[in-house]
Design a protein around this ligand. Structure first.
Ligand SMILES: Nc1nc2c(ncn2[C@@H]2O[C@H](COP(=O)(O)OP(=O)(O)O)[C@@H](O)[C@H]2O)c(=O)[nH]1
Ligand SMILES: [Mg+2]
Length: 148
């Protein structure tokens, strides 16, 4: 079986590739994601898979290789592209992540409401990559082996 990775889902421009690079400790240039990119620890899914419900089958197929799913909501632009209850289709743990928390703090409540509507359980992780906020916490949670 393929190694399990963290799959990152979110609309175009919500900070998926930036977050994936931070989780992989990659500091090179950003490239727009046209296809699924398998990183060291991550699966970066193009926003179009989410924005077109007929492409959900690709998300669900890619999720077979996921240890966790991160569902991103962008605090700087919290347009609602998710179907209600979307998070419930996955078998592995789903975490809600609010990205770009350095921008538009007044949108925080709207982002939280959106994650609830999607069916993601709290607590939610708040991250800002340039601010270095929340990345360590998320990495610890995702990559630290828990004793069974
Ligand atoms: N201010 C701020 N900008 C961010 C943050 N994360 C990503 N961005 C910017 O948001 C834009 C889209 O990011 P990208 O990772 O390519 O989004 P993707 O389309 O979801 O993969 C880029 O210009 C990033 O530099 C963040 O935490 N704070
Ligand atoms: Mg991308």
């Amino acid at each position: 079986m393929r190694k399990k990775r963290v799959m990152v889902i979110g609309p175009t421009n919500s900070g998926k590739t930036t977050l994936v690079n931070a989780l992989n400790e990659y500091e090179g240039p950003l490239r727009k994601t046209q296809n699924i990119i398998f990183g060291k620890n991550t699966i970066d899914v193009p926003g179009s898979y989410l924005e077109n419900p007929w492409m959900y089958k690709h998300l669900i197929a890619a999720a077979q290789d996921a240890s966790h799913i991160l569902i991103l909501v962008d605090q700087s632009n919290c347009k609602d592209v998710y179907s209600p209850g979307f998070a419930k289709v996955f078998r592995c743990p789903v975490l809600g992540v609010i990205t770009k928390v350095d921008l538009r703090p007044e949108n925080e409540d709207m982002c939280i409401q959106q994650l609830k509507k999607i069916g993601v359980a709290e607590p939610y992780y708040k991250v800002s990559v340039p601010g270095g906020v929340g990345i360590g916490t998320l990495k610890n949670y995702l990559f630290t082996k828990k004793s069974k």
